[in-house]
Write a protein that binds this ligand. Sequence first.
Ligand code: AHR
Length: 637
Amino acid sequence: FNVAVQSTASHAMPDTLYGLMYERKPYSPFQTVRYLKRTYRSLQHSGDGGLYGELLRNRAFQIKTPGTTDALEAWAALNSASRISVVKSSTPVSSGLPNSLSLSIPSGTTGTVGFSNAGYWGINVQSSWKYPGMLYYRFPSPPSSTISGTFTIALQSSSGAVLGSTTGAFSSSGGWKQIFFTLAPGTTASNDNNLFVVSTNGATIAGQTIEFSMFSLFPPTFNSRANGFRMDLSQALLDLKPSFFRFPGGNNLEGQTAASRWNWKNTILDRLERPGRMGDWSYVNTDGMGLYDYLQWIEDMGMQSIMGVWAGYSLDGTSLPSSALGPYIQDAIDQINFAIGDPATNQWAAKRSAMGHPAAFKLKYVEIGNEDNFAGSSYNSYRWHDFATALSAAFPQITFIATSATSGNVPSISPAPKAWDLHIYNNPAWFRGGSYNFDILARNGLQFFQGEYAATNSDSGARLTYPTIDGAVAEAAYMTGFDRNSDIVFAASYAPLLNNVNSTQWTPNLVSFTASKVIKSTSYYIQQMFSLYKGNQYLPSTTNQASTPVQWSVTRDSTNNNVINTATSSNTVVFTLPFGTINSAGTGTVLSGNSGASNTPTNPNAVVPRSITFTAGKTITYNAPALSASVLIVNAH
Ligand code: AHR
């Protein structure tokens, strides 16, 4: 069939169109469209054990119950003479970290004693990397004669081969002391099954107890930031050329209770003081990635923030009454001031400045809550009103986004939002059919943010573990609707973003990873194709066929044609272009695969994009392969 492209653009493509939705994540095998808010516990170690560079799991025993096996998560004694447990310290290392690891050595012990940490399901040990680290220790009942010795601090393979080690001197006198160290492995490990090990001579400390707290070990980080983010994951995301980062969730913003919400003020404390919290996806969040760390990384990545503020709803189903919202509205005002306020006049902005960033971060969009509109009537009746009214008065330059609806037919709430966040999880058939949803919406000034979407099930209903080519191509079909309607859709982000395959609470995800590997899904490549070739103007087109399995969008930059084919068989499309001179050599990218194909840890490159060339001219005859998405680029003058 034929597609005639028009020469006059209908609208500019927004700079913000393609970005990232991030949070730390539940597994719900039966989930399709989510229109009811559920109670979740925390997201697949996308932050701790993911984007956050920290290598040691359960580094400070945060939110753990002393004496339990769970409190020792990731830690193990080296041998029976090394008795370890998590205790509530009588004199904690800080007010934020009440627990410590107690190592007790029976009298008469000889030989090596100590303990290990297994990292986030392994540790990536590279001989070209240096690993800065630290730990705190104290002797809670120091002997009358001071004992001195050295800890050996090492990275070891699971079979005990030392990959790199150093020492740190200790003494039993005084209270908590900090040891800084750097590990420089001489050997690259053959796999991720490596341990961080702290040991010493048992004879030196026989009969003694030592407490430890706040361990840390970092690999090199993105942009070499202290307390920074993992390089390979950052690079994979950077390769999407994302324009924005929506954070910190998602459900993880909300907390199971108001008290366990993402409390941003706790996340900007010194790392030693951050208490952490029980996240909403069943694991502890260290809050090592604090608000400042997020904002700095977002800036380093060349993105802008779509930042969430807590809006009085927690996942236990509690909505605070209007009369109780005041302190939380002030908290949100403080949070925005932390990001953009003037250090000369605002204490939170002054705090940001003292942390190293006097200039305001870029922040134009703030979302009030997450999916709160799904949670009953309180958002629509007073919470949006109370937050939006106060925040808009304090920050008239910011667009506040209402959250969330499943479609553009949004409820009427007051004050009228300038933007709504829409979330949809469904099967490929829904996405193939959904690409025209935005075409029929009123152009009345209301803007849309498709803040979460993904093909989560096959058309037959089975939950996907990893994105498939079928789902990815259907998402691509839906995304042609974003391009075509980007006069009212200003931003869109697939969700969720990241999944540590050793601790999955929700599937599928855009990028999966292990301690050392990154697996880019079929959906990842679709996001990349749309983002890299977004163009800056949308060119409308018409077709001679009312209904077709092929969907497309045409944008101009130096002239990009994005052709999306959702057919299960090949289809030939003839594009007619309205330009004077067209280079005869067209280039492009195609992603296609057999139905059901996925990129997985064992087969990460099952479906990858390939480059193509084709003959261009005033007409282009393109045979779109079955189950494919194609970007066709022609240069016209
Ligand atoms: O993206 C996974 C979850 O889906 C998000 O936390 C939540 O906003 C949505 O329900």
